[in-house]
Design a protein around this ligand. Structure first.
Ligand SMILES: NC(=O)c1ccc[n+]([C@@H]2O[C@H](COP(=O)([O-])OP(=O)(O)OC[C@H]3O[C@@H](n4cnc5c(N)ncnc54)[C@H](OP(=O)(O)O)[C@@H]3O)[C@@H](O)[C@H]2O)c1
Length: 312
């Protein structure tokens, strides 16, 4: 099968088209014929060597950890799924990725593809939307009526987070640049702040939750005074000394998303009922994964970047 792999860690040119053996599903696994694969910042972080010294991966490594496609083969012991079913998945980041014609994943990580979504739209969902879900609800414990600020609301994670927080009944403050304002407002944000013109730390107080989907600019230390005592500060990337947050009565966590078929199924229901929608930024063919990754790495994607392997 064709796949985009790295043989060494490093810059864009390390990502190359390769011919790999067809993977065989193990016990409890399904093999998916990939129709589209999501592109996420973790892909270029891994390519650059973020996990190089952790022993997480063996090279050559297929990048990309979410996908949509059609089940093509079952391993032993799989009862819940059949060949031919259309599914989406967030695959474990510790394993081989989805920039490939086929992947094998544990069957309990799958969710059925919502019927009104194309394969490219469905591939845009799993990793970013599960991050938003777990960040807001599992780690952040957001409740109806609470005040939440989503920093970086126009990206993959932030766009889902705004919609999920609104659907939960929160009052949503969100930041983006001026060009993304209409998009973020259309997702349901109650107040949009232009992070290039307005300092959220001067505008916001008494927040229950601050979800930092984008780092940089000392966002975490500046966030602390905007939270009420007992409020929660959740970061997807930057880190601070937990003692700093503790001293201000803030519950701070640097989250690590975990693949979860159960969470993905709940997101699929919201997509199916139209309460959640998908914004595609750019779609590239598999062999142009370098270009797709460059778009993600630019930090300017409005919504999601996706690789398309089969016509929608
Ligand atoms: N810890 C975890 O488990 C986990 C899971 C998933 C993702 N992440 C991390 O979360 C981060 C976001 O991921 P993503 O997929 O959402 O990224 P993304 O889609 O690439 O984010 C792009 C967006 O970031 C916005 N942005 C750039 N600089 C900003 C700033 N200073 N303030 C506010 N917004 C800014 C851009 O908006 P404008 O173009 O409008 O400026 C753009 O829309 C990445 O660092 C990723 O590695 C972590």
């Amino acid at each position: 099968m064709k796949a985009m792999v790295i043989h060494q860690y490093g810059a864009a040119e390390q990502l190359q088209l390769a011919e790999l053996p067809l993977p065989i599903p193990g016990e409890g696994q399904v093999r998916i014929k990939v129709a589209a694969a999501g592109v996420n910042p973790v892909d270029f972080h891994v390519r650059n060597g973020l996990l190089k010294d952790t022993g997480t991966h063996q090279l050559p490594l297929v990048l990309g950890w979410d996908a949509a496609g059609v089940i093509d083969a079952l391993g032993t012991g799989v009862q819940a799924w059949q060949p031919g079913q259309e599914v989406m998945v967030f695959a474990p980041i510790g394993g081989q990725g989805c920039y490939a014609e086929y992947i094998c994943v544990d069957a309990d990580l799958l969710a059925a593809k919502p019927s009104q979504l194309s394969m490219t739209e469905a591939a845009a969902v799993p990793l970013a939307a599960v991050t938003a879900w777990q960040g807001l609800f599992k780690v952040g414990q957001l409740q109806p009526g609470q005040r939440v600020y989503i920093h970086g609301a126009s990206g993959g994670v932030g766009g889902f987070a705004v919609q999920l927080a609104k659907a939960r009944g929160a009052f949503v403050y969100a930041s983006c640049s001026a060009r993304s304002r209409d998009y973020v407002a259309s997702l349901g944000a109650d107040v949009c702040l232009d992070y290039q013109q307005q300092d959220f730390a001067e505008q916001l107080t008494e927040l229950d939750l601050l979800f930092a989907c984008v780092g940089g600019n000392q966002v975490l230390p500046r966030a602390l005074p905007t939270l009420k005592s007992g409020g929660r500060l959740i970061s997807t990337f930057d880190e601070i000394d937990p003692a700093l947050a503790q001293a201000q009565g803030v519950d701070y966590q640097r989250m690590w998303v975990q693949p979860s078929g159960a969470d993905l199924k709940q997101l699929a229901e919201l997509l199916q009922s139209g309460q959640l929608r998908v914004q595609l930024d750019q779609v590239w063919p598999l062999h142009q994964a370098r270009e797709a990754l460059a778009r993600s790495e630019s930090g300017r994607a409005l919504g999601k970047v996706v690789l398309q392997l089969a016509a929608d």
